[in-house]
Design a protein around this ligand. Structure first.
Ligand code: HAX
Length: 434
């Protein structure tokens, strides 16, 4: 071990008890407007962001522009014979707060098509990356590499008027969103399907074209629509939304901002949890060598994971205090389309087993499943068994919400975000520790 690292290790070990003590013994002490616990513990519940695009109630779950998930799905225009709305209509709805007519939705579909062509250099960059790069690295790199197309960045160089800034931000956001399905499907087919790329079909809408480029038949087009809408927005404080907003607050354009947000989404405590659920279940199945787990066996694996100091992916939430309605919505889909699927049954068994164990352990504030517990099952059923790709699809959905948000950030002229930090010495002084 280098001298630097040795000293660092010693300093960390010396410092840790100070932070733990502040948190455990002085958590309720006020530091300005907030408590010590909020300051050290990840800013939970501090009201410090504004958005009108979605709101997350801890007990009810998400509302998009004031509508619950079922209300949103029912209100928006759908392709004929399909159960889920056009993504393009949802984009209109998130941006404006108004439910679009079919004609308005069709106009957005045409607009997306005119913006959807991905420049060849993006494919070249993706092909040049190491084949074992995580698909989220590829996705984020592609988004960042598109930055040279930014209309906002060019406009800024030519002279900047604060209240007009939303215009080019909107243009960039729409340009970028329209390209994401093709970029994602390219990554999937290049990485997992022997580079057999399927060309985009200009006659299809956002969800159907994604399904087509992935090479998966109906009803996967509807799965894609549902998945993108459900994952779009979860108010502003979650890591991906907050990161996108924070980076955009420096007047970085939509490409820089979304790429940063995607990097946050790729964390296992956030969007990567959907792949972790499948990885965890696969491990259980491997260890059982094909035998079906009983509830007791499943409980044993859950306890083993917790005793090993790991979290149970797909359970818990920083804000929600009940089962995530996005989980419920996907469960309803499973009950309709894949009620007998083996993995669905295992996930359902986890629902019966995990909350009681988390409650018994007494640590997690919310023992109930979140969006990520159920989403991988659906993808697996329709043939996407490469679970490290799941977060990329989450990323397409999340882009809808965060890009709408940063367009509004510019429109309302929100300033650079810059909270204040203190030192541990200062906190100990406030706590009255000698
Ligand atoms: N399994 C085991 N322990 C858990 C847990 C879980 N599923 N959920 C929370 N806990 C633990 C926390 O790790 C924490 O322990 P420490 O005090 O030792 O650090 C304690 O319970 C209190 O945590 P909390 O206040 O209930 O939850 P947080 O707000 O700190 O964290 C998380 C919320 C979502 C990160 C957490 O519940 C978790 O790690 N869940 C598993 C990962 C996951 O599913 N993430 C996806 C969340 C939804 C999302 O963002 N999707 O993108």
């Amino acid at each position: 071990m280098s001298e630097l690292k040795k000293i660092l290790k010693q300093k960390i070990e010396e410092h840790r008890p100070r932070t733990t003590r502040l948190l455990k013994e002085y958590g309720d002490v006020k530091v300005g407007e907030v408590t010590m616990e909020q300051l050290i513990g990840g800013m939970r519940s501090i009201k410090s962001l504004v958005t009108d695009i979605s709101y997350l109630d801890p007990m009810e779950g998400i509302r998009f522009r004031g509508k619950t998930i079922p209300e949103t799905m029912a209100a928006l225009p759908k392709p004929e014979g399909k159960d889920y709305p056009y993504v393009e209509g949802f984009w209109f709805f998130l941006m404006t707060g108004e439910v679009p007519t079919m004609a308005q939705t069709k106009e957005v579909i045409a607009d997306f098509k005119s913006r959807s062509k991905v420049p060849q250099y993006i494919f070249d960059i993706l092909k040049a990356m190491p084949a074992d790069s995580h698909p989220m690295v590829m996705f984020s790199t592609a988004v960042l590499s598109l930055q040279r197309e930014s209309k906002f960045a060019k406009w800024y160089e030519e002279g900047f008027k604060k209240l007009d800034a939303w215009d080019t931000m909107y243009e960039d956001s729409t340009d970028l969103l329209a390209k994401l399905p093709e970029i994602a499907a390219f990554i999937y087919r290049m990485k997992y399907k022997g580079n057999k790329i399927i060309a985009s079909d200009p006659n299809l809408d956002f969800g159907a074209n994604f399904a087509h480029m992935m090479g998966i038949d109906a009803p996967y087009d509807d799965v894609a629509r549902m998945y993108f809408i459900l994952h779009s927005d979860h108010e502003s404080g979650n890591v991906s939304a907050h990161t996108t907003h924070l980076v955009a607050s420096a007047l970085s354009d939509a490409y820089y901002s979304l790429s940063a947000g995607l990097n946050g989404l790729a964390g296992p405590l956030h969007g990567l949890a959907n792949q972790e659920v499948l990885r965890w279940l696969q491990d259980v199945m491997d260890r059982l060598e094909g035998k079906e787990p009983t509830k007791e066996i499943m409980a044993k694996f859950v306890r083993e994971t917790l005793d090993g100091g790991q979290v149970i992916p797909g359970f818990g939430h920083a804000v929600l205090r009940k089962t995530d309605p996005r989980y419920q919505s996907q469960r309803d889909f499973c009950l309709k389309h894949l009620p007998d699927d083996k993995i669905f049954k295992y996930v359902d068994m986890l629902y019966q087993v995990v909350p009681d164990i988390l409650l018994e352990k007494g640590k997690a504030k919310n023992p109930w499943p979140n969006v990520d517990a159920q989403s991988g099952v659906i993808q697996w059923f329709y043939g996407i068994k490469e679970y490290d790709f799941y977060t990329v699809m989450f990323g397409i959905g999340r882009a809808i919400g965060v890009l709408a948000n940063i367009t509004w950030d510019r429109a309302l002229g929100y300033p650079l975000e810059r909270p204040k930090s203190l030192t541990t010495d200062m906190l100990e002084k406030i706590a009255g520790i000698k």
